[in-house]
Design a protein around this ligand. Structure first.
Ligand SMILES: Cc1cc2nc3c(=O)[nH]c(=O)nc-3n(C[C@H](O)[C@H](O)[C@H](O)COP(=O)(O)OP(=O)(O)OC[C@H]3O[C@@H](n4cnc5c(N)ncnc54)[C@H](O)[C@@H]3O)c2cc1C
Length: 393
């Protein structure tokens, strides 16, 4: 990697300019540089002054393989964190999803013949591993401002992308009436590698296991009506821990807060186009949250964003020798390959949110009956599990 300040514009020519150095942008940079393309990666991974992200991501087997292939999976290679620290990756061997009555759905990795259903990854550890991989990849130049021209510009700037706006690409946004509260909690009892989720009282509470298979900590993702979330960031730490403990029926015993609480607005959004021509020449493609965002109830946003860049890299790698990287036919292949999957995941998360956000005893009875019904229906349950694991069919 080289990092260059460049007042007055960068003179070097790049094959691909990636705008946005988040997880999606950095992964794409690594994939393309591995293919011997000259890549400019524009922007800082985290906004200046932002504290560490308290979240942990559920990443599926496909995302794990992709990150492994670019040497950015936090478990592999020499640990960047202190050796006595907790593991950065926790395999999920079972999932328990509870409705607001006695409806419940249970998945297990053994039932699916898999090593794990998903992996819970500490976000700061993943960011550190990616930054390290980018640093040692000679084909990537990190810049603060975009160079004037490239055959292809890929926008990975997340939901509020300025470049997408400057390019005049519309982004349809439907905000949810909820925000997510995220924090780390220490529990009296070990989590046993189980990811737990409750759909109750119109709220969605997830406790994701952290610190390895024997760990006692969990990452909280709690989707609650927006007007209540600010109260949780300023509340006494024990008040939040106690509220979570009460909501989950003390499933993991007594809880204490291990981090500050952070909140995120939630939305279902989609760019109207994912590809286009750049006014300065060359092609443009969008990927990750810059192209689409969804409710985190199924832990799929980043999985889907990583699948975008895997597909884009595959299409560029397989291009006919005479095609430019920004060729619209090429970019259309990428758009076509990804849009249907992303739309389906958006509808699924939106449908689940709508179903569990409706109040009323009849709807409640119906959805709890549905949860238990799916639990008994082997093939449907297997299909749902494979979707969540990123292995369609
Ligand atoms: C509470 C919560 C929990 C979640 N849990 C999961 C989960 O378990 N599993 C999962 O798969 N997904 C999850 N997600 C979704 C996941 O966070 C996003 O899908 C993912 O972060 C998108 O990555 P990205 O790189 O596309 O965008 P971002 O993470 O938003 O990164 C964009 C990058 O672009 C930079 N940038 C922005 N504007 C500019 C600019 N003008 N110039 C240069 N750089 C710029 C930013 O600084 C940042 O580095 C969750 C989301 C939330 C809110």
């Amino acid at each position: 990697m080289s990092s260059t300040p460049h007042p007055g514009g960068h003179r070097q020519r790049f094959d691909v300019v990636i705008r946005g150095a988040g997880i999606v942008g950095q992964t794409l940079a690594l994939l393309l540089a591995r293919d011997r393309l000259k890549v400019a990666l524009v922007g800082q991974p985290r906004p200046a002054g932002a504290g560490p992200d308290v979240r942990a991501y559920a990443l599926n087997a496909t995302a794990r393989e992709l990150l492994r292939s670019v040497r950015a999976w936090p478990e592999d290679g020499a640990a960047l964190a202190p050796a006595d620290g907790p593991p950065a990756v926790t395999p999920v061997t079972a999932m328990a999803v509870h409705g607001d009555g006695d409806g419940a759905l249970h998945f297990s990795a053994t039932e699916q013949g898999a090593e794990a259903l998903t992996w819970i990854v500490d976000v700061p550890a993943l960011e550190q591993r990616l930054a390290h991989a980018v640093h040692f990849q000679a084909g990537i130049t990190c810049l603060d401002e975009a160079p004037a021209h490239a055959a292809l510009t890929v926008v990975c700037e997340g939901k509020r992308s300025r470049t997408r706006e400057e390019l005049g690409i519309d982004y349809d946004v439907r905000p949810y009436p909820h925000k997510a509260v995220a924090a780390r909690l220490r529990c009296e009892r070990p989590h046993g590698g189980v990811a737990r989720q409750w759909f109750q009282r119109g709220e969605i509470l997830a406790l994701l296991p952290l610190g390895g298979a024997q760990g006692n900590s969990v990452a909280l993702v709690w989707s609650v009506p927006a007007e209540q979330t600010d109260g949780w960031t300023t509340a006494e730490p024990q008040a939040l821990a106690q509220a979570v403990q009460e909501r989950c029926g003390s499933a993991l015993g007594a809880m204490t807060l291990e981090s500050p609480a952070q909140t995120w607005p939630l939305e279902l959004s989609r760019a109207q186009r994912w590809i286009g021509r750049h006014p300065a020449g060359g092609g443009v493609a969008l990927a990750g949250d810059a192209a689409h965002a969804m409710h985190p109830l199924a832990g799929q946003g980043l999985n889907v964003g990583l699948a975008d860049v895997a597909e884009l890299a595959k299409v560029l790698h397989g291009r006919e020798y005479w095609r430019e990287l920004g060729d619209m036919r090429l970019l259309r292949r990428y758009e076509r390959a990804r849009q249907a999957d992303v739309a389906a995941m958006g509808w699924l998360t939106d449908g689940l949110f709508g179903l569990f956000n409706q109040q009323g005893s009849r709807v409640q009875a119906l959805r709890n009956w549905g949860l238990s019904g799916v639990d008994r229906l082997g093939p449907l349950k297997h299909w749902l599990a494979r979707q969540a694991m990123g292995q369609a069919a």
